[in-house]
Design a protein around this ligand. Structure first.
Ligand SMILES: NC(=O)c1ccc[n+]([C@@H]2O[C@H](COP(=O)([O-])OP(=O)(O)OC[C@H]3O[C@@H](n4cnc5c(N)ncnc54)[C@H](O)[C@@H]3O)[C@@H](O)[C@H]2O)c1
Length: 357
């Protein structure tokens, strides 16, 4: 299968997708007085050498380090990043390259957009989840206390470079985490993507991975272009995320972190269950969705006793307005509806269904 590089524009932000595409992206790092790169310990070890090998002429004025993982996507890490940028005398004419997964692009984007009232940044996502979702669409931020993405802003990267070579060192669990977001695009808007997947588990999709990544990047761009600030259509992307975010926080607090994708996969089962029982919707074959998710993700382990805490966390979510839970539901595969107010009892029923079936 040919892997032709693809250039997609989101407003004026170029998104380059390809195998080895970084080599062709040199111009996006030029013209700055200083270039910095933000890494965590894993992307420093696995991705920085690849970056330097492909673009040996880029000189870094400093390596900005942060600790990996969602538990470090917080104000303390942000403060450490400002500290290092200050130490290296970064200025508004500097560039920050965010080299990593969604934690790095979310936090690095926010740091760059706020440091000295804003310096440029380029996202170079290195996880599948980052490549198909997190690095695209200008949402930046950090978690605050137990609340996900509580502090942040919309800020455009100067460019997003999706080089799938970085995925070679990503472990299976993290690859699958990104696959959950790919499934989301298929469910909410992309029947051809669903057909490419063809009921195969992720492990059997290697030869189609590139094609699927390109579809997902263009799906996300299509939506964000129409609704950057999430006043309407962008909420479609929240499919699985109302329950998913609550579960992600629940497990993080319990010191049993799950990946973003694992939490979203569980959330998609719940949202599908609610959709399947929603009057006037045509989501009549939810078992295809349950089966595809179960083929790729083990069920998360919690009990009915945890439901009050999970429901409480959902109440704190940004998607909850005036105490009402808002969901994206599926009318059928490839067709979703955003902003449906779902009574708490139905959400609890879906969580019980998740635990029992
Ligand atoms: N801004 C958005 O629109 C948006 C959308 C979806 C998700 N997100 C955010 O993204 C975050 C999750 O992102 P993630 O799943 O990429 O997690 P992550 O950034 O924590 O990365 C996962 C792990 O993989 C390691 N890693 C990264 N690249 C690697 C590579 N190439 N080889 C080996 N190891 C590598 C990281 O060090 C980390 O340990 C969450 O905080 C979520 O809220 C943001």
């Amino acid at each position: 299968m040919q892997k032709e590089p693809v250039l997609l524009n989101l407003k004026s932000v170029p998104h380059l997708v390809g195998e080895g595409i970084l080599k062709r992206a040199v111009s996006h790092f030029a013209g700055y007085s200083k270039v910095f790169v933000l890494v965590d310990e894993n992307t420093e070890r696995f991705c920085l050498p690849v970056f330097q090998d492909k673009l040996p002429d880029i000189h870094f004025a400093g390596l900005i380090r942060t600790k990996s993982g969602e538990s470090n996507k917080n104000m303390q890490s942000l403060s450490d990043i400002y500290e290092q940028l200050t130490h290296f005398k970064a200025g508004r004419d500097s560039l920050l390259i965010n080299l990593g997964g969604g934690v790095i692009t979310d936090m690095g984007g926010f740091a760059a957009a706020t440091f000295k009232r804003g310096m440029d940044f380029v996202n170079v996502p290195t996880t599948l989840l980052g490549q198909v979702d997190a690095a695209i669409g200008s949402k930046t931020g950090v978690d605050f206390k137990e609340y996900k993405n509580q502090v942040g802003l919309f800020a455009d990267a100067k460019a997003v470079i999706v080089d799938i070579d970085f995925l070679n060192t990503l472990d299976k669990r993290q690859l699958r985490s990104g696959f959950a977001e790919m499934l989301k695009y298929a469910f909410i808007m992309d029947v051809p993507l669903w057909e490419i997947m063809g009921n195969r588990p992720f492990d059997m999709l290697d030869s189609d991975l590139y094609r699927m990544v390109v579809r997902c990047v263009s799906d996300k761009i299509f939506i964000v272009e129409k609704d950057l600030r999430e006043s309407g259509m962008r909420k479609l992307l929240n499919f699985g995320h109302t329950v998913g975010h609550a579960l992600e926080t629940f497990f993080l607090k319990a010191d049993r972190p799950v990946t973003h994708g694992e939490a979203v996969a569980a959330g998609m089962i719940c949202a599908t269950r609610i959709s399947a029982r929603w009057p006037d919707f045509d989501c009549r074959s939810p078992e295809f969705i349950y089966e595809m998710i179960d083929r790729n993700f083990s069920r998360l382990v919690f009990s009915e006793e945890n439901l009050p805490e999970i429901m409480r966390l959902m109440q704190q979510d940004k998607k909850t307005k005036a105490g009402k839970l808002h969901f994206t539901l599926l009318k059928k595969i490839g067709n979703a509806m955003q902003d449906v107010v779902v009574p708490e009892e139905k959400v609890e029923e879906s969580l019980r269904f998740y635990l029992r079936n």
